[in-house]
Write a protein that binds this ligand. Structure first.
Ligand code: GLV
Length: 313
């Protein structure tokens, strides 16, 4: 019998063969470049397992092109790129990589927060461009964190890890979540800084739109390193342009990797290329988790990090 084949849609932070046993054939698009959709559809044809990244859409069309597929091991904790119901209907496991990226993602949320609050980009640029002519008492004044209220939208693993960091900085933390906390309206109207850590689901798409932005205090700072479409990007641009928002720090975008052109030229905005989990340690751990679940499913076992339930075949 042919060996089962796994298709890995990008270069990983570790060698797949260091985890997968010799009984599995590895096919890999071993690059950081985008993988064209047509090539993805072609290469899943013979695959029993697929290891996609969050930019790869796993939908009915792809499942139709991959009749042998038994597992989609998403290289991310979020799995909004995967049609989980369609996978379940076809008996395909879906797994994600929870836990191992909590601290790195919370670190990056705090990096965004400090970069924005302390105007790091503007200061850096001033020095590099030779425009810094000397210290002045009113130069590049930012927002002090001690005593400020941080509103955390989504209080799962990452939201709680951000709260621990905020407490160390002397901030008052409030949160909203389906499991508790304060109502969203109260969070919006009382926070000095708001940070988003909820998954993208139909209920959280455009959770922050024009009305919600208006409810925020004037001068508020908004951080998003969860998923872009949680924020209505056009409404965000309008709120920055009107001066209602004090600034935004984004690691994710509504139409990733496209960035709204109006954001690019603004000094009150920090823009990163989806670096939340981008530490060597975390990316190795994410790869290991996804590959291990593939190995388990191809051996006929239950994966360790399933997001759906598949009947035994
Ligand atoms: C990254 O955005 C992830 O969901 O892991």
């Amino acid at each position: 019998m042919d060996k089962p084949r796994v298709f890995i849609t990008r270069k990983l932070a570790l060698e797949p063969a260091s985890i997968l046993g010799p009984g599995i054939e590895i096919d890999q698009f071993d690059s950081e470049d985008p993988l064209p959709r047509a090539r993805l559809l072609e290469r899943v044809a013979q695959a029993s397992a697929l290891l996609p990244i969050l930019g790869d859409r796993i939908d009915r069309e792809l499942l139709d092109a991959a009749p042998r597929l038994r597992i989609v091991a998403n290289h991310a904790v979020g799995y909004d790129n995967v049609d989980v119901l369609a996978c379940t209907a076809r008996g395909v496991w879906v797994t994600n990589t929870p836990g191992v990226l909590t601290e790195s993602t919370a670190d990056l949320a705090f990096t965004l927060l400090l970069t924005l609050a302390r105007r790091i980009r503007e200061g850096e640029r001033m020095v590099r461009e030779g425009k810094w002519l000397g210290w002045a008492p009113t130069q590049l004044l930012g927002m002090e964190l001690r005593g400020k209220t941080l509103g955390i939208i989504g209080y799962g693993r990452i939201g709680q890890a951000v709260a621990r960091r905020a407490e160390g900085f002397g901030m008052r933390v409030i949160f909203t979540d389906e499991r508790g906390g304060v109502p969203l309206d109260e969070l919006l109207s009382t926070s000095d800084i708001i940070t988003i850590h909820t998954p993208l689901m139909p209920e959280t798409h455009h959770l922050i739109g024009a009305a919600e932005l208006l409810r925020m205090k004037r001068g508020v700072l908004l951080i998003n390193n969860a998923r872009g479409p949680i924020v209505d990007e056009a409404a965000l641009v309008a709120a920055l342009q009107s001066g209602h928002l004090g600034g935004a720090a984004l690691d994710v975008y509504e139409f990733e990797p496209k960035v709204h052109p109006a954001l690019l030229g603004r000094d009150d905005v920090v823009l990163l290329p989806h670096l939340g989990s981008a530490t060597r340690e975390t990316r190795e751990a994410m790869g290991r988790l996804a590959l291990t679940d593939i190995e388990l499913v191809l051996r006929g076992e239950r994966p360790a990090h399933p997001v759906n339930e598949v009947a035994a075949k």
